[in-house]
Design a binder for this molecule. Structure first.
Ligand SMILES: [Zn+2]
Length: 725
């Protein structure tokens, strides 16, 4: 998934080259490499070697045999995900590895679905290819594969497959090597490749720890791969198997992952990507990312997700909006899904794309999405399943209702389902029926549409969606342009209100408020659930008793001993390292600072002396408050939690003495107090806990503290801070 080219000029070049190469590619000998059963050696031996030669392959994953118990010889799902990340295909080989002949239709569905769900859970697109366990096929299995949207399936057969002639769901393999298979036998099978034949290889482990009879000798394998490389073979994944016989195909599409975005002279002109677009390969699809100028290193960039990308889209009509975004520091990105109508397979590819651009290209988790026409189906079907990743949705006469367009019969075809089944499942795929999660996540929506649109009429699409979204409490604006239909009038595309809407929401995402948590080990306890509660609402930074925190260009600070060490766990410690504390606060602007101290300062050491006597504590605390105020953040003080009866170093009552001293300082400085002490004394388990000797709490109690703190922080975030003045 690396960037193929750096700018638009290079992309144009790449297009020309790839067209010129198509005829050559046509002649190229192709083999499909498949690897069954998720053996550990696939990750350790096979993948690095394939990468070295630039080969692709399909790994058919099953959780049968000892997959779950013997992680020494089978891959983990993390390793499987890594194969996907490396560009290899992950195919389905069923959960149980039981013969398709012995299973009912329902059981086959479940056996396939389990692997699909595991893939989804681990960020791998839903598989579209299949390998029959033990090569055993059944008519029911073929029917189920069709229904679930599988495009190719491999069985046995010991002959080279014929694209366009063999049933794509019953493709024969050429060879399944055993330990006795010689290099010459492998070579002979590969040499059958020509423009009408594609040998498919079924490998198991290289070597295979559990099934010695299908084990491949790593040395033989290495020699065979070298042979393929040296003799100009192209090794492909099964998903890239040609849909039709190669020779009769007049204009073959270059097989992904090498496919450039296509150009198309039809309506609306040709595809136009922003300058500086990088092309990406994700899950067998081509995507692009264009970053704005002056992206700051280490900062996430907000972005517009343009849908659909296919054929001539985005075209020159989209250019205006893309320019507005880029000029406002907003990236533009998209993935080519062909004419996908928001199918589960399309959504899976979108998820993979989102993951790729957010993890590897510096884009924010939340995207602003903009759909034109049928792109509405891609946009809404993905957004409904990922509302937490959506900043806002915008649509130019977007399709919201497949009953209106393209009609249920045609839509069922797009979903590769019998119409009757599609109608039954429609609510899972139709935007107007999938609005609740978006409303709950408060995703704002803006559409425009024409009042004489005959193709995607407002009343069955945007207006209907708006009515339902409002009923759910959602925020939606629909602008209606008089006298306009489903056309290329530039007013739809250069809608200033829509641009302002997108820019506003994109920027809101880019700059989440920053919250600093400072305190002792109690703050360590509540920070974890607190950070979760604040996900998507604020960027959380914690400095604490055992803080390991990186400050601008400086090495990690550790909590104990060394010169670099910084301990933020007590007032005394903060004063001891005041200079660096001060420097950090001068370098980093916070919106809210929530802090608590007391338990470590009131700790009684030798002869019952306080670690930081209360009079000094009060003075030091005042100094720290002065420092925090200079930062400009809104400040919240949290009282210290109680001391249990049998604490060997803290007599009961010291907590109240320290809290009273702190209260004086906070009142003098007008700083709100978050009374965590009372949260604990009002807690049901308090009486029992008080009998103990440990000032710390269980995670459930920390979660309770976190909830109260989150509320206090949210309240402060909602009001203008010192910083705003
Ligand atoms: Zn198998």
């Amino acid at each position: 998934m690396k960037a193929i080219s750096k700018n638009i000029a290079v992309i144009a070049c790449a297009l020309l080259t790839s067209v010129a190469q198509l005829h050559a590619a046509d002649q190229q000998k192709r083999v499909v490499l498949t690897f069954d059963d998720a053996c550990k050696s696939h990750a350790t031996v096979v993948a690095p070697l394939l990468k070295k030669h630039g080969f692709n392959a399909t790994f058919f994953i099953s959780e049968g045999f000892s997959f779950t118990s013997r992680k020494d010889i089978y891959m983990t799902w993390g390793q499987i995900k890594k194969l996907h990340d490396q560009g290899f295909e992950i195919g389905n080989h069923t959960q149980s590895h039981v013969s398709m002949k012995t299973l009912s239709e329902k059981a086959i569905h479940a056996d396939l679905e389990h692997i699909e769900k595991q893939c989804e859970k681990h960020g791998i697109p839903k598989p579209t290819t299949f390998a029959y366990p033990g090569y055993i096929t059944s008519e029911t299995a073929v029917k189920v594969l069709k229904a679930r949207g599988y495009t190719f399936a491999r069985t046995g057969g010991a002959k080279a497959s014929r694209p366009g002639k063999d049933d794509p769901l019953l493709l024969p393999d050429s060879l399944c090597p055993t330990p006795k298979t010689t290099f010459d036998e492998l070579k002979k099978a590969a040499d059958q490749a020509n423009d009408r034949h594609i040998p498919i290889f079924t490998f198991h482990g290289v070597p295979d720890a559990e099934h010695g009879w299908v084990s491949t000798n790593p040395k033989t394998f290495e020699r065979f791969m070298q042979y393929l490389k040296d003799n100009g073979f192209k090794a492909i994944a099964l998903r890239d198997y040609p849909a039709k016989k190669a020779t009769t195909e007049k204009k073959p599409q270059p097989a992904p992952p090498a496919a450039p975005l296509r150009t198309n002279k039809n309506r609306g002109g040709r595809q136009i990507l922003p300058p500086n677009s990088k092309l990406l390969q994700v899950a067998g699809h081509t995507g692009f990312v264009a970053l704005p100028k002056n992206v700051e290193a280490g900062k996430k960039t907000p972005w517009l997700w343009s849908v659909p990308v296919a054929g001539n889209l985005p075209g020159k009509l989209e250019k205006w909006m893309m320019d507005q975004c880029l000029a406002n520091g907003i990236a533009v990105a998209g993935i080519d899904l062909g004419g996908d109508f928001g199918t589960p397979a399309g959504r899976a590819a979108m998820t993979a794309f989102h993951q790729e651009v957010t993890q590897n290209h510096g884009l924010t988790k939340k995207a602003c999405m903009l759909a034109r026409s049928y792109g509405g189906l891609q946009m809404y079907n993905w957004a409904a399943e990922h509302p937490e990743s959506v900043a806002c949705l915008a649509g130019i006469y977007p399709v919201c209702n497949m009953a209106s367009y393209p009609g249920l019969k045609s839509a069922a075809g797009k979903y590769r389902m019998p119409q009757e089944q599609f109608v039954k499942e429609l609510k899972k795929h139709n935007p107007i029926d999938r609005l609740a999660p978006l409303a709950k996540a408060k995703v704002p929506i803006y559409h425009n549409t024409g009042d004489v649109d005959k193709l995607v009429p407002g009343k069955d699409n945007s207006f209907l969606l708006a009515e339902r979204y409002k009923a759910l409490g959602g925020d939606i604006t629909v602008t209606v342009f008089k006298g306009q239909g489903h056309n290329y009038w530039t007013g739809f595309f250069e809608d200033k209100a829509m641009a302002a809407f997108i820019i506003k929401h994109a920027k809101g995402v880019a700059r989440l408020p920053k919250v600093l948590i400072v305190g002792d080990s109690i703050s360590g306890g509540y920070s974890k659930p607190l950070i979760k509660l604040m996900d998507g609402k604020a960027e959380m930074v914690r400095l604490g008793a055992v803080a390991t925190y990186r400050i601008h260009k400086e090495a990690f600070w550790h909590s104990s001993g060394t010169a670099k060490a910084l301990d933020f766990g007590s007032v005394k410690a903060c004063i001891a390292d005041f200079e660096r504390f001060e420097r950090h606060l001068s370098e980093t602007q916070y919106d809210v600072i929530h802090f608590n101290f007391g338990l470590n300062d009131s700790f009684r050491g030798r002869k019952g002396r306080w670690h930081n006597p209360v009079e000094q504590y009060e003075k030091d605390l005042a100094k720290i408050v002065g420092l925090l105020k200079k930062n400009g953040a809104k400040i919240i003080w949290a009282s210290t939690t109680p001391i249990p009866m049998n604490d060997p170093h803290r007599p009961v009552g010291d907590d109240l003495i320290y809290n009273a001293a702190a209260e004086k300082v906070m009142k003098a400085n007008n700083i709100p107090i978050n009374d965590l002490h009372s949260v604990i004394t009002n807690w049901d388990g308090y009486a029992e806990w008080k009998k103990g000797n440990d000032v710390h709490f269980s995670s459930a109690v920390y979660a309770m503290l976190a909830e109260q703190i989150a509320k206090k922080i949210a309240k402060q975030l909602g009001s203008p801070g010192e910083a705003a003045k």
